[in-house]
Design a protein around this ligand. Structure first.
Ligand code: CU
Length: 74
């Protein structure tokens, strides 16, 4: 039984569908992330994750490591 939560990240620096795909792949590579959907038009990335396995900080770090900006959207 694992917990599930959704984080809304404001991602910056995305200009096309490839950027969205890359961000999604990097996030989905993190253990505990179930799915990530990124829209380069709005800059919003919705991440479904298990809060016991992965932190917002690790998600932000993964996006930043891929060359983009990210912060938790309120
Ligand atoms: Cu791009």
């Amino acid at each position: 039984m694992s917990a599930s939560a959704t984080a809304h990240l404001h991602t910056t620096g995305l200009h096309c569908q490839s950027c969205s795909m890359l961000v999604q792949m990097e996030l989905e590579d993190l253990p505990g992330v179930t799915s990530a959907v990124s829209d380069f038009r709005t800059g919003m990335t919705d991440v479904v994750y298990d809060p016991e396995l992965v932190t917002i900080e690790s998600m932000v770090a993964a996006v930043v490591a891929a060359g983009y900006g990210a912060e938790l959207a309120e």
